[in-house]
Ligand binder design. Structure first.
Ligand SMILES: N[C@@H](CCC(=O)N[C@@H](CS)C(=O)NCC(=O)O)C(=O)O
Length: 254
């Protein structure tokens, strides 16, 4: 599929979900230990969980489990039993293990915002239906299937936010290749963050919130743009979605 079509259907996907998972809270502190999520990028419930994680500004270790997956299926059943399925969340901070978007999102909001789950992220009929539709427009009608791949020694690191149209194709490929990744959520925290990286709606010098993950990325790399991939195994850092997709295929697909 041409990259432009890939991005257009990704925009459509985010629009169907009304751009949930675009904004993130102003929270600075991350929990002491990284939350873990067994996830499939095009699964309707998994999407609702990832939207909640962006909204709560929580980073997470993603263990991709696409159709026909094998790399993390044992870890998933070890964590949740024979019938465990995605989305499955492990929070080592509170020793909580949960399955399903409803239970996971209720837990995340209670634990990390002391609030009940907002309607927009509840696993109700409407949200599940729009989340399914958001996958259908990506034209993977039969669902994301595992592709043969090499396992990296260390997980990759991806800066992204759930609704980012440029990041979604990268997350899908990471999922198909069953590549584990530390997902750093960079949801929009203020008006100045809004817009594509090349022409933000706010004119003038871009100033992220002080002390935020965006501010750290700006200080380190000179600009803030997602997707941004770090592969510590190969000492590679890449900003452009097209380049990242090519890199993943060339490096990890078999
Ligand atoms: N040409 C880039 C475009 C990336 C881009 O504009 N990403 C948007 C999010 S979808 C972004 O970084 N916006 C600025 C921000 O979130 O601060 C690519 O293909 O990766």
């Amino acid at each position: 599929m041409p990259h432009s079509v890939n991005i257009v259907t990704s925009v459509l996907s985010s629009t169907i979900r009304r751009w949930r998972g675009a904004s993130g809270s102003k929270t600075v502190q991350q929990p002491a230990k990284l939350i873990e999520l067994y996830d499939c990028e095009d699964d309707a419930e998994c999407r609702l969980v990832r939207e909640a994680l962006t909204e709560l500004n929580l980073d997470v270790m993603i263990y991709p489990c696409p159709k026909g997956a094998s790399r993390f299926t044992h870890a998933l059943t070890d964590a949740g039993g024979e019938k465990a399925t995605v989305p499955f969340l492990v929070d080592p901070n509170s020793h909580v293990k949960l399955q399903g978007a409803e239970a996971i999102n209720a837990y995340l909001f209670q634990q990390y915002r002391q609030q009940s789950i907002p309607n927009a992220l509840d696993a109700n009929f409407f949200n599940l239906a729009t989340s399914r539709l958001a996958s259908i427009v990506r034209l993977n009608i039969r669902g994301l299937k595992a592709l043969p791949s090499k396992a990296p020694e260390q997980p990759l690191i991806l800066y992204s936010f759930e609704a980012s149209p440029y990041s979604r194709p990268v997350r899908e490929r990471l999922c198909q290749l069953e590549l584990p990744y530390h997902l750093i959520n960079l949801g929009k925290q203020q008006l100045a963050d809004v817009g594509p990286a090349a022409f933000r709606l706010h004119r003038g010098e871009y100033k992220p919130l002080p002390n935020s993950k965006r501010a750290f990325l700006l200080a380190e790399k000179g600009h803030v743009q997602v997707p941004f991939l770090r592969d510590v195994n190969k000492s590679i850092e890449l900003f452009e979605s097209k380049d990242i997709l090519r890199y993943l295929d060339e490096t990890y697909a078999l």
